[in-house]
Design a protein around this ligand. Structure first.
Ligand SMILES: C[S@@+](CC[C@H](N)C(=O)[O-])C[C@H]1O[C@@H](n2cnc3c(N)ncnc32)[C@H](O)[C@@H]1O
Length: 214
């Protein structure tokens, strides 16, 4: 397995402002993620690429036991400032966490896969599958490919934001969208969709998936 790309400089700049500028834009998605987590009666959750830990903290406050995993020291520094007895953070590559297999009821990957190269996306999905119990779930939050007029406008805004995030980041976003966005990723990972909800004119979806049919 190739080492994960070093994006530390990118997140060093973003980390101190992430909770004020970016996380609030995802409030509805996080709320839906919490409702779905409650619905499946999950107790243990691993949040892969947890960033500054906003969703992880929200779920811990809601009574779930949450482990957040991230590779950026700067993002984790922000995350570790969000203390909660049910919440722990691990500095690791989400593609190879070193956590025991079959350990969690739910793995979450939120707004992280679109910015990664295709092979790393696949490895993180495999790791998520390894970490969940046989009856466990994977909850994915990421870009979809809306086709409505308003959705296409939202895609132009996303395109501009992803371009600002840097050339490599933008190139990965483009390949993610060209490969079908979140729905394409779910298909290729052979996951079964249990529920999918659209936000921001269909630009972002929150999908609950499992490896088995109900
Ligand atoms: C856009 S942020 C998303 C953060 C959070 N999940 C959210 O919903 O806001 C992407 C995160 O992925 C992390 N990341 C990138 N590559 C990673 C890897 N290989 N393993 C773990 N985390 C990684 C970055 O450090 C960053 O915190």
């Amino acid at each position: 397995m190739k080492p994960a790309p070093d994006r530390s400089a990118e997140y060093q700049v973003v980390a101190p402002v992430y909770d004020r500028l970016i996380a609030p834009l995802l409030a509805s998605e996080y709320h839906k993620a919490q409702i779905l987590t409650e619905h499946i009666k999950a107790k243990t959750v691993v949040d892969l690429c947890c960033g500054t830990g906003v969703l992880a903290k929200q779920l811990a406050t809601g009574g779930f036991t949450v482990t957040g995993v991230d590779l950026s020291v700067d993002m984790l520094k922000q995350a570790r400032g969000k203390h909660h007895p049910n919440l722990t953070f691990l500095h690791a590559n989400a593609a190879r966490t070193g956590l025991p297999a079959d350990r969690f009821d739910l793995a979450i990957i939120s707004m992280a896969l679109h910015e990664k190269p295709a092979d790393l996306r696949e490895q993180i999905m495999l790791e998520a599958k390894r970490l969940i119990t046989p009856s466990g779930h994977i909850l994915l939050i990421d870009y979809s490919r809306p086709t409505s007029l308003t959705g296409r406008f939202a895609r132009m805004v996303a395109e501009a934001i992803e371009r600002l995030a840097g050339r490599e980041h933008h190139a990965h976003y483009r390949t993610f969208i060209a490969a079908g966005g979140l729905e394409g990723l779910i298909d290729r990972a052979n996951m079964v969709v249990r529920a999918c909800h659209s936000f921001h004119m269909g630009l972002i979806k929150v999908c609950l998936t499992s490896t088995t049919h109900p």
